[in-house]
Design a protein around this ligand. Structure first.
Ligand code: IFM
Length: 450
């Protein structure tokens, strides 16, 4: 038992996270196939300022330096994703040995530096060839995902033990196929609902494949989870909060824990769900070793009915600082969420696979970047993780989003989440004060440091 509440358990994993399309660049090198994000970002008007991931942080060429940087900070674990079209340029079939070789070298480099790899199989860069066949709304993609899983886990599984099947399937499905703000840019609710089922099915089908190929595998899935708070005690605001919670959180948590798809949400979609085939829900229930949680903020849910009609004025307001994404800083929400995941849903191992903040950086005349707002964000959230551990929630690790400033999807390079600044003209990396602080916290296994 840990008596000093601010010290983390001795095997707590301190990490940083990135994703392939956001950092690698080299979009058309060494036989890499086109991804939906290449197509989307090359389409005028889709990404702010016309930014693309063509070069990004050039990590494909600079990965050795990036490992050195992590090593210098004492980072113990690195979560990155594999670009599916680098391994299978057409999504299935012909393998690119050069693509596999890149990840082989990266993994070897990490292990030499004593950094434990955590690999995400899918962080949004679907091969365009599969999108051309119908993408995630089509069941055809599931077999392709299993084939890809099999290939990459056979290739890396002797050295990589920690695997995350999907990153934020809600975003892939609903932001990509309903809102159209992300690749592939569709605006069709039915497609989005089918996509989310096929994402979960791909997850469920791939878990046993990973176990077959990787001795002592530690397998999980990462969800973006946003707690919902009603803006007032009115019935309509409570209903709004319940609905958004169902849409973003329960629609993934419930099927993964045997509760099936939440009926209130299915009804509100008015979707027949006829793409769910016998046995699918059991497949999705494939036992996992941990849940990955990406937490950034809470949401204050307000019914669309105007306040006058509600006869309840708003009583809950944003109280924390607001990040550049317009997200409220609300560390307590992470604590509450972790309690729910363990005590209500029963998850027995949780990793915070992403947490961090975008704030504008100021580079001083010496080229240094002091980022107290980001530093405090990370520190306060880590303290909440520790509080959650102290009441019995099994949180086993924390990964800062992100190691590097990178391509923030529809916002291009305009939002900086890195604890390391990247000058996108020169590719120079500069440690921000948050990175130096994180390094100190790692050393003493304690977030309560200056
Ligand atoms: O940059 C993203 C990441 O790819 C997925 N989770 C949220 C981050 C910040 O928006």
């Amino acid at each position: 038992m840990n008596n000093n509440k601010s010290i983390f358990p001795k095997d707590f994993v301190w990490g940083v996270a990135t994703a392939s399309y956001q950092i690698e660049g080299a979009w058309n090198e060494d036989g890499r196939g086109e991804s939906i994000w290449d197509r989307f970002s090359h389409t005028p008007g889709k990404v702010l300022n016309g930014d693309t991931g063509d070069t990004a942080c050039d990590h494909y060429h600079l990965w050795r330096d990036d490992i050195k940087l992590m090593k210098s900070l004492g980072i113990a674990a690195y979560r990155f994703s594999v670009a599916w079209p680098r391994v299978l340029p057409q999504g299935r079939g012909k393998i690119s040995e050069a693509g596999i070789d890149f990840y082989n070298q990266l993994v070897d480099g990490l292990l030499e530096a004593d950094i434990v790899p955590y690999v995400t199989l899918y962080h949004w860069d679907l091969p365009q060839a599969l999108e051309d066949e119908g993408g995630w709304p089509s069941r055809l993609v599931v077999d392709a995902f299993v084939e890809y899983t099999d290939i990459i886990t056979r290739a890396l599984g002797d050295r990589v033990k920690n695997w995350i099947t999907l990153n934020e399937p809600w975003v892939s499905a609903f932001v990509g196929y309903r809102d159209g703000r992300h690749a592939p840019g569709h605006m069709d609710l039915d497609k989005a609902v089918a996509a989310s089922h096929h994402l979960l099915l791909s997850h469920g089908r791939s878990v046993p494949v990973i176990r077959d190929n990787v001795k002592d595998a530690n397998v999980g899935i990462t969800l973006n989870l946003t707690p919902q708070v009603p803006a007032s005690p009115s019935v309509v605001d409570k209903k709004a909060a319940t609905w958004v919670d169902g849409y973003i959180n329960r629609f993934f948590l419930d099927p993964l824990t045997g509760r099936g798809y939440p009926q209130d949400i299915v009804n509100s979609f008015g979707n027949s769900m006829d793409f769910v085939q016998p046995g699918d829900m059991d497949t999705i229930l494939a036992p996992i070793d941990f849940l990955g949680v990406n937490y950034y903020t809470r949401n204050i849910a307000r019914s669309e009915i105007t306040p006058e009609e509600q006869n309840q004025p708003q009583t809950v307001f944003r109280e924390g600082a607001i990040t550049e994404m317009d997200w409220e800083v609300y560390p307590k929400g992470l604590y509450n969420l972790l309690g729910r995941l363990h005590f209500d849903y029963g998850f027995q191992s949780i990793f915070i696979t992403e947490n961090g903040a975008a704030f504008p950086d100021e580079v001083n005349s010496d080229g240094e970047v002091d980022d107290p707002a980001r530093l405090s964000y990370i520190k306060e959230h880590l303290k909440m993780v520790n509080e959650a551990i102290s009441i019995g929630v099994p949180v086993n690790g924390y990964f800062v989003w992100s190691l590097l400033d990178n391509f923030e999807w529809g916002f291009g390079y305009s939002k900086r989440f890195g604890i390391v600044r990247v000058d996108f003209e020169t590719q120079k990396r500069t440690l921000k004060s948050s990175a130096k602080w994180y390094s100190k916290a790692i050393q003493v296994n304690n977030a309560d440091v200056e």
